[in-house]
Design a protein around this ligand. Sequence first.
Ligand code: GDP
Length: 441
Amino acid sequence: MTIAAVSTPRAAGGIAVIRISGEDALGIAEKIFDGKRPTQMQGYTCAYGRITDGTEVIDDAVVTVFRAPHSYTGEDVCEISCHGGIYVSERILSLLYENGASPAAAGEFTERAFLNGKMDLTSAEAVMDMISAQGRAYLRKAENVKSGHLYRRIAGYRDRLVTLLGNISAWIDYPEEDIPGISDSEIISELSDIESGLSAISRSYYNSQLIRNGIDTVIIGKPNVGKSTLMNALAGCDRSIVTSVPGTTRDIIEESIRIGETVLRIADTAGIRDTEDIVENAGIERAIERAKRADLVIAVFDNSLPFTDEDEKICGVECEKRIACVNKSDEEGKFDESRLHGFDSVIHISAKNGDISELEKLLSGEFIETADEFLINERQKKCLDRAQACIAEARGSVGNITLDAINIVLDDALSALLELTGERVSDTVVSEVFSHFCVGK
Ligand code: GDP
C-alpha cells in the first residue's frame, strides 16, 4: 500500500512537504505532476514543475525522488515541496488520495522504516524525541539514541547472553564431546558483568525523566522569607502574590521555568510554620508531602532573622536533592548559617534585588547528569528491568538449580532485550510505540 501525508505542520508557512511512500509512490506522483516524470528520475534527484488535477493547475512545486531501499522508509519515496498554505497542501494530498494513495497513520513512515530494517526500535523512538527536543542536552541524547548508540550497547549484552546460552547448552547437550566446561563461577561472573552494564544504562532513566518533563521543584520556607519573590525572580514576572504579611502564599502554584539547559517545574508552596491556623496548616502539610515527591527542594531562609525551630524543621524536609538559599543577603546578617544541615549546597541570594545568580549557576546545566548518553523511555526501562531481574535470578540460582533451568531464565532475559531493540517484538508493542508519533513522520 502506498501512503501519503503532509509532513510539515498544519499551518501557513514558506513551504509544505507532502510525503508519499510505497510501491506506487512515483507513479502516483507522476499522475499529478506536470514536469519531469518521477518514474524516470534517478534517486536523490529533484525536478521543478506544476501540480495539476488534469484541468486546473493547483500549484508549482518541486518533487524529490528517493528510490528503494535508499530512502527513509526503505521504499520508493517521493516528496512534494509546495507552497506552504493549508488549503494548497490539503488539496494536493486529496489529489494523491484520488490517484491511489492511502492516508498515512501516525508515525507510519517511521514504522515502515523500522519494519523494513532501516532502523531498530530505539532509533525509531528517538526520532520523536528529536522532534520534541527543546534543549541542547535533550537533542544530543536523542541524537545518540537515533544514531544507534543505545541499540549497539544493548546488542553487545545481547550477544554475550547468546554466547553464554550457547555455551551452557553445548555443555548440557554434548557432555561426552570435547567441549571445554564452563564453571559456576565463570557463569556468575559473566552474569554479574552483564547485569551491572544493563543497570548503568537503566540509571539514565531518572535523568531522562528530568530532561523530558522538567525537574519537579518545591520552594519551601517559613512565611515571609521571600519564596514568592524568588519564584517571580526566576520566572521573570509577577506570578505569585508577594506581600509582607506572613502566610499569604497558601496554595501551590505551578510554573515551568527554563534556566540554561534545565527546566524546572516549580511549585511555590505555603510556608512551613507552627500555627493553629487550619487553612495554613493544611498548606504546610501539603508542602512537606509535596517535597517528598519532588526531585528538588529549594529551601529559603531569611538572612535578616535568627535561625528558629521552624528553620530546623525545614532542614528535616525529605527530598532527592536539596538546596538551601539564604535570602535577603542585602540585609544585615542575623542568620546562623552553621546550623543548616542536610543540604547539598548552601547559597546566598537577594530575590528582591534579582540577585539570584548563585542559584541560576547551580541549576544551570550542572543539575542534570550530563554524563548520561541516552534518553531512556518507560518502555525501554521496563525491558531493561525485566532483563536485569531475570539475570539476577539466574545468577542467584547457579549451583542450586539445573543448568537447563538457568537457561530458561536467561532466555527470558534475552527476550526482554530483543523486545527493547524491536528484534523480537509483538505487533501490539509496535503499534503502541508508533501511535504516539505525529502523522507525516
Ligand atoms: P513568602 O511569604 O516567603 O512568599 O515571602 P514574599 O516573597 O512574600 O516576601 C516577603 C517580604 O520579604 C516582601 O516584603 C519582600 O519584598 C521581602 N523580600 C523578599 N526577598 C527579599 C530580599 O532579597 N531582600 C529584602 N530585603 N527583602 C526581601
